[in-house]
Design a protein around this ligand. Structure first.
Ligand SMILES: [Zn+2]
Length: 288
């Protein structure tokens, strides 16, 4: 399948932002709508276009960034095992710079670059990483003018916020060194928790929308399936080297303690069975 990736954006509507196929209206909330692709199964939202507010509390999320440290350690270990210790890293959506700070300590001398769309978080990342180059703005606009290449490009919980994910992936592929890799962690639509939200919404005749909204928050624009990620990688000239599923840790959840405890238990069981609310991808250029 070939389609103009530049045109695939999550304005919300009849076209899937991942594969370009027809998407159907799947949920209608007062402030935004969700669409489901009939081909790749990815979901998308028009929340950004409509200015819908999220119930999410971003600062508590960034305060807990250190909980992701085991993922950072595992990634570096995986690269080391393949003799791919990075000499340069680009962190897309670097937030307050916690990952860059960690990797600069773990890989002395590594060249660290971050891009962050939120100015206050970017300022904190700069203060935290005086030797790193932190750029403020949209990665999709900054990268095309840059000649720099990186051994490692990371997107930690960022890909689901991107308006044109396939276009960005193609741009990232063009900024890899030979043998370099892209590491993505994003949300997985085929996890049990969003499936429960969808089922409750459907069974209740669209009246019980709260669980569905929580698993499809307004700040997330695209909700990926494995097939959608495979199509996006292929279209961007990348191949999937590794793909595995992970769960959301309870320390990263907000909400009522009983709800978070129940959700955490469901996610733990699901992950033990080989599925998860998060999907991890390591990608390389197809010809690399
Ligand atoms: Zn699709």
């Amino acid at each position: 399948m070939t389609f103009p990736v530049e045109s695939l954006t999550t304005r919300g509507g009849e076209l899937c932002p991942v594969c370009g196929s027809v998407a159907s209206s799947a949920a209608v909330f007062p402030d935004y709508r969700l669409f489901r692709c009939r081909s790749c199964g990815c979901w998308s939202s028009d929340a950004l276009e409509r200015g819908a507010a999220t119930s999410f509390e971003p600062m508590s999320y960034f305060e807990n960034a250190e909980l992701d440290r085991p993922k950072w350690v595992a990634l570096l270990q995986s690269l080391s095992d393949r003799s791919r210790v990075p000499a340069s890293v680009l962190d897309i959506g670097c937030g307050t710079g916690a990952f860059l700070e960690w990797i600069s300590g773990a890989c002395p001398g590594i060249r660290c670059v971050g891009i962050e769309i939120d100015a206050s978080r970017g300022s904190e990342a700069r203060a935290r990483n005086p030797d790193a180059a932190i750029q403020m703005g949209d990665a999709g606009e900054i990268l095309p003018g840059s000649p720099d290449r990186y051994d490692l490009i990371t997107l930690w919980d960022v890909f689901e916020h991107v308006r044109a994910p396939v276009h960005l992936l193609g741009e990232l592929a063009a900024h890899l060194t030979p043998g370099g890799s892209i590491h993505i962690v994003t949300i997985h639509e085929q996890s049990l928790v969003p499936a429960i939200g969808r089922a409750l919404y459907r069974i209740s005749g669209r009246r019980l929308s709260y669980p569905m909204r929580r698993t499809h928050e307004a700040h997330h624009l695209v909700f990926f399936t494995r097939r959608g990620l495979e199509l996006a990688a292929r279209e961007a000239g990348l191949r999937i080297q590794e793909l595995w599923f992970d769960r959301l840790l309870r320390g990263r959840m907000d909400g009522h303690p009983i709800v978070t405890a129940a959700t955490s238990a469901v996610l733990r069981i699901e992950n033990a069975l080989g599925n998860g609310l998060f999907v991890n991808l390591t990608l390389q250029r197809s010809e690399g």
